[in-house]
Write a protein that binds this ligand. Structure first.
Ligand SMILES: Nc1ncnc2c1ncn2[C@@H]1O[C@H](COP(=O)(O)OP(=O)(O)OP(=O)(O)O)[C@@H](O)[C@H]1O
Ligand SMILES: [Mg+2]
Length: 578
């Protein structure tokens, strides 16, 4: 509760004013039947004068004006409160997600984070809006109408002693049955969301594998599930309205049956009876409203919990305890000391198993190994995308955990294996590397990455718009833009994870040459599938099943490492064959 209070606090004035305005409306609603009763009574008795009728009319109009003002300002302040409240939570949750490490994101899954950021926050926001508008209004209306009814005729009010408990019983039976069904429906909505998200985001893959039918099938299943769950909840909830009307009419009939004879005997005025009937509707309606709020509250609480889970998640990589926060990466040497790591902490197999490796500053190091051998995992430890479980990783002789994350990642440029461009122009994307880069610097980086040629070939050059995910450039072009983006950071350590796999060998050689000339001082770690991409490196590391099986230059490894020789032979054989 304290958590939510924090978000409401800046808008306390709206949270406070809204119920006050709404109460004005309520007071009006309860006074109205009274005024009307006065008119009817006088007319019925034949004592209605022009003066009285104008007086009452004026009072009624004034009340109506007050009610309207209360209603408008109530709605305005209520919306202002809940929308701001929701927006602030949303930005906090979003910032929180940005602070997550890869492992945190893995834990929640991207789809679930999106649902929490959108649906769940929306539900809490709407519920908050409803509560501030209704929490006082419904009970207030009920109590006020009850007081008015009793003041008209206490004995007639006895009908409520029967109808209210009966109605409560029916409503709670209905909601109690419906509620779990709404819970199931919510799960199905989540299911549908993830199916839609996965299939729409990856529509290209769906098409290329001609899996549309399967996709549609999957969607139909999720959609059908949701439909069933919705129908099952509706089957119960549709009783709510009719039951309500039944009780309302029943009570009104009872009131007229009992009150009619009293009026006829002259014990009560006809206007009072009609006012009483209005109070019956107001009381029963408020009851239903209260019940509805209670019902919605459990759904909102469930959503609230899902939001709190995100807010409470501790980013498992942080620099709070960093010993030298001001230190920046100066040289670019890297050392792994007995590093072990597993993604699933309970699993037996280690993804990295007791790795020790020293990379001197300025060296060019190639990493070769079969797929799944742990190459990507190994280099992820350098910019702390993941933290090792055992051992330590040092940059410039300092544990990576002792740098601030900002300084560490400023010093380490990494081109990820599955890299993405964002929507925006080519220049915008490149400036991710350095926001302040001049146009000349952009071009220089792009030239080094062999991207300048094709970018200037685009009609709009560096202003060409990139679609979300970089779908309007070719695979090799995307890779070269990603390299240029990393180069702009002028990193002391540059890591390329299979980043030239889609680039032809001649272009790749030019990129390597540019690296050698322009990034002379930077340490370059290049993961590659083709030995040709790394054979000129100062050192090549061969990995297999989470272990380093050999290090050395190309010629050394050819002599000492059987696995390396086999890869070399198969690849050079392929080339000869081709
Ligand atoms: N985010 C992750 N969560 C769980 N397991 C993972 C994750 N990423 C990788 N793995 C597992 O860790 C092992 C090593 O993966 P890694 O990506 O480091 O291999 P790699 O050598 O880079 O392979 P490739 O050449 O195919 O890129 C694999 O068995 C993989 O299934
Ligand atoms: Mg990899």
């Amino acid at each position: 509760m304290k958590r939510w209070f924090k978000y409401a606090k800046p808008y306390w004035i709206y949270f406070l004013l809204c119920p006050v305005f709404i109460l004005v409306e309520v007071v009006g609603e309860v006074i109205m039947p009274r005024l009307l009763a006065q008119l009817i009574n006088s007319a019925n008795a034949g004592t209605l004068t022009n003066g009285e009728s104008i007086g009452v009319m004026l009072k009624m109009m004034l009340t109506a004006l007050f009610m309207m003002a209360g209603g408008v300002f109530g709605a305005y302040t209520g919306t202002k409160a809940s929308v701001n409240f929701g927006a602030d939570i949303r930005s906090d949750v979003f910032s929180k997600v940005q602070s997550f490490s890869f492992a945190n994101v893995d834990k929640f899954s991207t789809g679930s984070l999106v649902t929490r950021l959108t649906n769940d926050i929306m539900r809490v926001q709407n519920f908050t809006g409803m509560v501030i508008r209704m929490a006082l209004r419904a009970p207030g209306m009920m109590i006020a109408a009850l007081i008015m009814a009793i003041s008209i005729r206490p004995s007639l009010s006895a009908v409520f002693l029967v109808s209210v408990p009966l109605l409560m019983l029916c409503i709670s039976l209905i909601t109690r049955t419906a509620f779990p069904r709404f819970g199931i429906m919510q799960e199905k909505v989540d299911g549908l969301n993830s199916t839609v998200q996965e299939n729409v985001t990856n529509v290209r893959v769906v098409k290329s594998f001609v899996r549309e039918k399967f996709s549609i099938g999957q969607f139909h299943e999720a959609n059908g599930d949701l439909k069933q769950a919705g129908l099952s909840a509706m089957r119960v909830i549709i009783w709510m309205g009719p039951v309500m009307t039944f009780f309302m009419n029943g009570t009104i009939i009872a009131v007229i049956l009992i009150g009619g004879p009293i009026v006829l005997k002259g014990g009560m005025e006809v206007g009072d009876l009609s006012a009483f009937v209005t109070y019956v509707t107001q009381i029963l309606m408020s009851l239903m409203m209260i019940n509805f709020i209670l019902m919605m509250s459990s759904r909102a609480i469930a959503s609230g919990r899902r939001i709190i889970e995100v807010l409470d998640e501790k980013p498992d990589i942080s620099d709070e305890d960093a010993a030298c926060k001001d230190r920046t990466v100066e040289e670019g040497s890297v050392e792994f000391r007995n590093v072990s790591f597993r993604y699933y902490k309970g699993s037996e197999e280690k993804v990295l198993n007791d790795i020790s490796l020293t990379i001197p500053a300025g060296a060019t190091v190639g990493i070769i190994g079969s797929t799944g051998s742990g190459k990507t995992t190994l280099v992820s430890m350098i910019p702390r995308l993941y933290d090792c479980d055992e051992g330590e990783v040092l940059v410039d002789g300092v544990n990576v955990k002792d740098y601030s994350l900002f300084n560490l990642r400023e010093g380490v440029g990494m081109v990820l294996q599955n890299n993405l461009l964002f929507s925006g122009s080519v220049a915008d994307n490149l400036r991710w590397g350095d926001e302040e880069a001049s146009d000349e610097e952009l071009r220089a980086a792009a030239s080094a990455a062999q991207a300048d040629g094709f970018v200037t070939g685009f009609a709009e050059g560096y202003e060409t718009k990139i679609e979300q995910g970089g779908t309007n450039v070719s695979g090799g072009q995307k890779q070269r833009l990603c390299i240029a983006r990393a180069l702009l950071k002028k990193p002391k350590i540059l890591i390329l994870d299979d980043s030239t796999s889609a680039v032809d060998t001649a272009t790749e050689a030019k990129i390597r040459e540019a690296f050698a000339n322009e990034l002379r001082d930077s340490t370059k770690i290049i993961i590659a599938q083709r030995i040709g991409s790394v054979m000129e490196a100062d050192m090549i590391v061969v990995m297999n099943e989470g272990k380093i099986t050999g290090t050395g230059t190309h010629s050394q490894l050819l002599e000492t490492n059987e696995e390396y020789r086999e890869i070399w032979e198969s690849q050079s054989g392929m080339r000869k064959g081709a």
